[in-house]
Design a protein around this ligand. Structure first.
Ligand code: F6R
Ligand code: MG
Ligand code: MG
Length: 378
């Protein structure tokens, strides 16, 4: 009997320090990550890896056979981030160790600052995966594209045309304020799902399964750094893994929601609405007003427990947004971004008071509190 191989795709990321403000991960930090990934590969802890950056976030993509939330995998990531943060400190890079919120590793990086998305899969005959990583935004930013990919027949033709997808998909939604989760199934509960996930600052889709057989198809990082730290320490720039083809949305259906830009929370000081801009790795850097918020998408095939690689063992990675098909989205992002910036610090360019609760503006408002008099005495 054919027994499918169990493989885990983990993407773990952290802002460990950046070159010229919160702009990019510089080469010396990449080199540390690369060295540690190669060592872990030689020692057999992981089978494949790819190191990249989303703006100022160092991203470790690892393929292994240790399952999700594995202590050794998380420790490898934690130790790598620590080493890179020490280097950042030595080089006096900006905000060295920004996302490392705890001193000692305690078995799992979740809740310690770094962001994690993981997915254990039973490897199919050919298994295309797309990983997404965004900078200057937060987990709820993936609600809109995930809904389009897995629930919207106007985006995903397969929901209408492919009999294997007619059953629809199940969505796990996390309430990030109350630390609760629920599962809703589409199309039957589509309107209820939208009622929740439209509130992007609070609810975030964390997992998606195909309804007919509970096949896992998407997994995203859902953490709120501000709630962990109790004050503003940067947005929890999110990562996400989606599985494609053969009874799941095609890679092209997974990418289609990004043909247009849409607004996300984050951008400058994590306090503004900004247009999300899909970019290739070479433009994965945040510049104008610390943005605009950017997202990269990397495609690969999982093959025999590894990322499919060339004859030298170099992983074959497709830089999916490095493509003129996303030029309109990029232009829209710049145009809409300029329009918002003309509004300066007026809502809706700036986030609502509720969403600013964990930002440094609270200190400014506190200072002003005693200056207010009841209207009758003024
Ligand atoms: C957003 C972000 C930046 C900083 C901004 C101010 O997530 O990281 O926009 O908030 O550059 O940074 P500080 O306070 O470090 O000068
Ligand atoms: Mg930073
Ligand atoms: Mg970042």
């Amino acid at each position: 009997m054919f027994v499918a191989k169990k493989v885990t795709v983990s993407i773990i990321k952290c802002d460990v320090g950046s070159l010229a403000g919160h702009h990019i991960v510089p080469k010396p930090l990449f080199d540390i990550a690369q060295k540690n990934m190669e060592k872990a590969q030689n020692e057999g802890l992981i089978n494949s890896s790819f190191v990249f950056n989303a703006g100022d976030d160092l991203e470790l993509l690892m393929v292994h056979e240790n399952g999700e939330q594995n202590r050794d995998i998380h420790k490898l990531a934690w130790d790598t981030f620590k080493e890179a943060a020490d280097k950042a400190l030595k080089l006096k890079l900006y905000a060295a160790g920004q996302d490392l919120l705890k001193d000692a590793f305690s078995g799992n990086v979740r809740g310690m600052g770094p962001g994690v998305a993981e997915m254990e899969i039973e490897e199919r005959a050919a298994d295309p995966i797309v990983v997404f990583a965004a900078d200057k935004t937060s987990a709820g930013s993936f609600n809109y594209p995930l809904f389009r990919m897995f629930a919207d027949p106007m985006n995903t033709a397969g929901l209408v045309i492919d009999p294997n997808m007619l059953c629809g998909f199940k969505f796990e939604v996390i309430d990030t304020l109350e630390d609760k989760s629920t599962v809703l199934q589409c199309p039957a509960e589509m309107y209820e799902l939208l009622a929740l996930i439209g509130t992007v600052g609070r609810y975030a889709i964390s997992r998606i399964w195909r309804a007919s057989d509970d096949l896992i198809c998407a997994s995203s990082s859902v953490s709120k750094l501000s709630l962990i730290a109790g004050k503003y320490v940067g947005k929890d720039d999110p990562v996400m893994i989606a599985r494609a083809q053969h009874g799941l949305p095609a890679v092209g259906e997974i990418l289609a929601p990004f043909m247009h830009s849409y607004f996300v929370q984050g951008w400058m000081r994590g306090s503004h609405w900004g247009p999300l801009m899909p970019v290739g790795l070479k433009a994965s850097k945040c510049t104008a007003f610390d943005g605009p918020p950017r997202i990269v998408a990397l495609g690969f095939q999982v093959a025999n427990g590894k990322i499919s690689s060339d004859d030298e063992g170099k992983p074959l990675i497709a830089d999916l947004f490095d493509d003129p098909a996303f030029s309109i989205a990029r232009r829209e992002a710049i145009q809409n971004g300029c329009m918002l910036r003309r509004m300066g610090e007026f809502e809706p360019a700036r986030l609502s008071a509720e969403d600013m609760e964990y930002t440094t503006i609270q200190q400014v408002l506190q200072k002003l509190e005693k200056r207010f008099m009841p209207l009758s005495q003024a």
